[in-house]
Design a protein around this ligand. Structure first.
Ligand code: PEP
Ligand code: MN
Length: 339
């Protein structure tokens, strides 16, 4: 970290800073440069309150040289690869892993039919929401534990791994019992108690980007899970809120190459929630593969109009097959295979 002091010979300010940095944060600091106005701070600066320093009288600027996330940083390692099953590794540079299933688990029959639709395209991971974070309290909130039991059953029947959204730390034992992976939804990206609880699990966690989260905030959220002891974190770009109203969210595909430089964690793209319309999902999915995502998560349903949730963006059989054909072609063009 570099701290630049406004005027020359501010010795007392420099002394004050040096003792504060050492006593409060255990960091060393050294005066550098001929005019003695730059303080280079070394050691673990991740806990230093940069905003407080910037607001102190006599300080011109404070710049972090290191990123505030240590464990998620690319400096630590090149790539994390998470083995979901023998033939399905998320983060393998040669594969695009597909996750598909309904938005919400509405009934055993609906989930079974949807899982069959996914299985027909050899999908290895089945998604389905049992606890739904709905904008309004009167909308269907999900089937809860019963939904988790249903997805476990469908996963077993079709030989697929499963993922479902967890919304509160107290539900962790249920998720440990019934699913293979856990999803943290966009609205809970900053639910820090939940993230800490997931740090104690060993199951892979797919952390969706918050509706208005910067990459740094998202990576710091991932850092909570990593710091808790769970190395199996996957990031999911699902679009952010901007001034644009024609599309449901603005899919930030630029985050994929940017994250690739910043972190070793795998990155998945969710074209369904970003676009919000069935007919647009495929194109966004192809974009996700083209920019180098490690996988996609897509919502599908045999009869979207019957769904309790997100009916307007679900892929029916025809759109699903078109999407998979396109994804397979783009993956092949960039030397990857669809898993
Ligand atoms: C979902 O995956 O069904 C969901 C609610 O996603 P998000 O948290 O991205 O809105
Ligand atoms: Mn949904």
């Amino acid at each position: 970290m570099l701290i630049v002091i406004k005027e020359k010979n501010h010795e007392s300010l420099i002394q004050k800073l040096q003792s504060m940095l050492s006593e409060k944060y255990g960091c060393e600091s050294h005066i550098i440069g001929g005019n003695k106005r730059v303080l280079a701070v070394t050691g673990d600066t991740s806990g230093v309150d940069v905003e407080f320093l910037k607001n102190m009288d006599g300080i011109r600027s404070v710049d972090r040289v290191d990123r505030p996330y240590k464990l998620a940083s690319r400096e630590r390692k090149d790539r994390t690869m998470i083995e979901i099953s023998k033939d399905c590794v998320i983060g393998d540079p040669k594969s695009v892993v597909m996750i598909a299933g309904p938005c919400s688990i509405d009934s055993e029959g609906q989930l079974d039919e949807t899982a069959a639709m996914a299985k027909a395209r050899d999908i290895k991971i089945l998604r389905g929401g049992a606890y739904k974070p709905r904008t309004g309290p009167y909308s269907f909130q999900g089937k809860g534990e019963e939904g988790l039991k249903l997805i476990a059953k469908a996963g077993q029947k079709y030989g697929m791994k499963t993922i479902s959204e967890i919304m509160k730390a107290e539900d962790l034992p249920l998720f440990e019992e019934y699913v293979d992976m856990m999803q943290v939804g966009a609205r809970n990206m900053q639910n820090y108690e939940l993230l800490k609880a997931l740090g104690k699990s060993k199951k892979p966690v797919m952390l969706k980007r918050g509706l208005a989260a910067k990459l740094e905030e998202w990576l710091l959220a991932a850092e909570y899970i990593l710091a808790g002891g769970n190395p199996n974190v996957i990031l999911c770009e699902r679009g952010i809120r901007t001034f644009e109203e024609e599309v449901r969210f603005t899919l930030c595909l630029g985050s994929v190459p940017a994250l690739r430089e910043l972190t070793h964690l795998p990155i998945i793209v969710d074209p369904s929630h970003a676009m919000g319309k069935t007919r647009w999902v495929k194109d966004a999915a192809l974009g996700g593969v083209a920019v180098g995502a490690d996988g996609l998560i897509v919502e599908i349903h045999p009869r979207p109009s019957e769904s309790s949730c997100d009916a307007s963006q679900l892929l029916d059989l025809e759109h699903w097959n078109e999407c998979m054909d396109g994804v397979t072609a783009v993956a092949k063009a960039i030397g990857k295979r669809v898993v």
